[in-house]
Ligand binder design. Structure first.
Ligand code: KG4
Ligand code: ZN
Length: 342
């Protein structure tokens, strides 16, 4: 896997291989995170400072507040990562940061911290795409190698990605409106759950009847998705109770059933059409119990199934370090800018 990257200050070549120690920073949304990962697969230290408590009262992430919180947290999180690992800046092979997609003010904090560390210790800087990082979370503690189909489900994205090699990936399907996580959070809000509602909705769904209500499945392009109609259908259902007590658990379970079976159908189709034998789950919504259950059931049909453990599903920096080392489509330039959309 040997790769050559140049240091930022003196432009010296550095070889990256399975012994390389990457320190990575993630700050694209509401988590300030830092990690050190060896060879893209072995986590040495992983620190996450979550802002969820701060954004809870607003019912969503406020970008300006998030950026200020990252500024407050970034040095503490980096110091804690060094402390947990017992390593120093000189020991690190290269520094990496998420450069997009995400909230621009937030990304700037993490990217500049990464570039500064790389300059100060005269090491290479590697800019990472946040979505690739979510996929790369599947490399942690596994032997996974491409080719595979990735189902990326997060608060901002819903994509089916054909990963043919470490340098070649193609988005073959995506949502035409709401992302899955967004749909979860909006529906959760409709039934009165606090932000972020996804995990709370998932919990209630596990106690409800998934066939209590028949909700509509959108008919869109081959691998594409649409969840806004489903959200409206839930809104209508909620309104139909008109102040009477709602069967909240059954509504949650029926919504979860509709979403998870739609996702599974398209993933299966992608596997059948590409002939790939491996499938990976990625993104914050990969923590969802029913989506995991349905995708893991594909094992019975002879597929290899991977999903990160819970703490590497939601935003973290270990996945950024894995992506920086193992995937080839990185941004290795001191002049790279942050970007908000994929
Ligand atoms: O990937 P992520 O941490 O942040 C980005 O969007 O990049 O994903 C966060 C999203 C939120 O919408 C949250 O509600 C959702 O993931 N989520 C879940 C679950 N855990 C997190 N949605 C459904 N079920 C879950 N168990
Ligand atoms: Zn994310």
């Amino acid at each position: 896997m040997n790769k050559i990257k140049n240091t930022l200050f003196s432009n010296k070549p550095v070889t990256l291989d399975e012994n390389s120690l990457i320190m990575a920073i993630e700050s694209s949304c509401d988590e300030t995170a830092c990690a050190i990962v060896k060879g893209g697969r072995e986590v040495i230290a992983n620190v996450v400072a979550s802002q969820i408590k701060i954004h809870e009262e607003f019912g969503g992430v406020i970008p300006e507040i998030a950026a200020r919180e990252h500024l407050e947290a970034i040095n503490v999180v980096i110091e804690e990562t060094f402390k947990q690992s017992g390593l120093k800046g000189e020991d690190i092979t290269a520094f990496a940061s998420t450069v997009g997609p995400g909230l621009v003010g937030c990304l700037l904090v993490g990217m500049n911290a990464g570039k500064t560390l790389a300059l100060a210790y005269d090491k290479p800087f590697i800019g990472v795409n946040h979505l690739n990082a979510h996929i790369a979370a599947n490399f942690i503690d596994t032997e996974l190698k491409p080719p595979f189909i990735a189902l990326l489900v997060s608060g901002g994205h819903t994509q089916i990605i054909k990963v043919s090699s470490y340098s070649e990936m193609e988005i073959i399907g995506e949502t035409i409106d709401d992302a899955v996580g967004e749909a979860y959070d909006k529906v959760a809000r409709l039934i009165g759950l606090p932000y972020p509602g996804g995990p709370k909705l998932d919990k209630l769904a596990q106690e409800g009847n998934p066939h209590a209500f028949k909700l509509p499945e959108a008919k869109v392009g081959r691998y594409d998705f649409s969840f806004s109609g489903l959200k409206t259908a839930v809104l209508r259902l909620v309104k139909s109770f008109d102040g009477q007590e709602m069967p909240v658990k059954d509504i949650c379970a029926s919504f979860q059933e509709c979403v998870s079976s739609t996702l599974l159908k398209k993933v299966k189709k992608a596997l059948e059409e590409t002939g790939y034998k491996q499938v990976v789950l990625a993104g914050g919504v990969a923590a969802n119990s029913e989506i995991r259950r349905k995708v893991f059931n594909l094992k019975e049909e002879g597929y290899e199934v991977y999903a990160p453990i819970m703490k590497y599903c939601t935003d973290n920096a270990s996945m950024v370090a894995s992506s920086a080392l193992l995937f080839d489509n990185t941004f290795d330039d001191i002049n790279v800018e942050v970007f908000s959309r994929a």
